[in-house]
Design a protein around this ligand. Structure first.
Ligand SMILES: CC(C)(COP(=O)(O)OP(=O)(O)OC[C@H]1O[C@@H](n2cnc3c(N)ncnc32)[C@H](O)[C@@H]1OP(=O)(O)O)[C@@H](O)C(=O)NCCC(=O)NCCS
Length: 245
């Protein structure tokens, strides 16, 4: 139902969104709310979404989708009216941002231009990302499927995220992978793909050591040294220790 409560909530959301733009865009410092409202496409798209979402929740037919479409044409930002967006989102620049129907966004999130919170395939139900609080998503990043992004995560520009993102982490690349968790490089399995382990060389090395040992024992027992058959120890020709991470 549309009522005074909805009106008050939407007004509060609009005020917070304008403050978020002023706080998080260095170029907006000292710029008045009216100027931001008139000149920031990302902010206009969000304000329009607040209204479209309220209409959608009240069960109003057609109007929410119509409003979302007019906003897309005007700002280049497409937000489905059903998307659940928390307080103080800031969409910087805006153009090319797509936020899908079942996407959820927490508080104080920042999105740059070209971000997609999209689905994969034709599955129904929850199929778009859930983004935690205080998350920053860089320009051109694509988050696909019902992945969960933890609080205070940073997603690098142009990353393609198809797996959950831990809280307090920085994720970059395609596929997106953490390069920092709690400010440290993540440990875990060996990711040194350039210097792969060589099990055949390891086996030969171990065999050579056994042969050397046995030759020593035979020589001690018989007093005869082998004439040839010197076994050269295998050495790495290049590369570091594969045990590294
Ligand atoms: C991801 C991001 C938030 C990381 O910032 P940060 O916390 O300061 O982290 P760093 O710059 O120390 O980067 C950490 C590592 O990720 C790498 N990295 C950073 N951003 C990357 C990106 N977009 N793609 C690939 N690798 C990236 C860095 O080279 C560094 O690698 P290293 O571990 O080998 O040193 C930032 O680089 C980014 O992409 N921000 C988006 C900004 C944006 O979209 N601006 C648009 C303005 S219009």
């Amino acid at each position: 139902m549309l009522g005074l409560g909805t009106f008050t909530r939407v007004t509060r959301e609009l005020r917070e969104d304008l403050t978020a733009a002023r706080d998080r865009d260095p170029a907006a410092r000292g710029v008045g709310r009216l100027e931001i409202l008139l000149t920031y496409g990302g902010v206009q798209a969000l304000l329009s979404h607040r209204v479209a979402h309220a209409l959608h929740e009240a069960g109003v037919p057609l109007a929410p989708r119509l409003l979302a479409n007019v906003t897309r044409v005007g700002t280049g930002v497409e937000i489905h009216p059903a998307a659940d967006i928390g307080r103080a989102l800031f969409i910087d620049h805006g153009e090319g941002v797509v936020i899908g129907e079942t996407a959820e966004i927490g508080r104080d999130v920042t999105l740059y231009q070209g971000v997609t919170l999209g689905g994969t395939g034709f599955a129904r139900g929850k199929r778009h990302p859930s983004v935690g609080d205080d998350v920053v998503i860089g320009s051109g990043a694509k988050l696909l499927g019902p992945v969960a992004v933890g609080d205070r995560a940073k997603i690098g520009a142009n990353s393609v995220v198809v797996h959950d993102v831990p809280a307090n982490s920085t994720v970059v690349g395609n596929p997106g992978h953490p390069v920092r968790v709690d400010g440290k490089r993540p440990g875990g399995p060996d990711a040194d793909w350039a210097h792969l382990p060589d099990p055949v060389a390891d086996a030969l090395r171990s065999l050579a050591a056994r042969v050397n040992e046995l030759e020593g024992i035979v020589a001690d027992l018989t007093g005869k040294r082998p004439e040839s058959g010197e076994v050269h120890p295998l050495r790495r020709s290049r590369g570091g220790d594969t045990a590294g991470g």
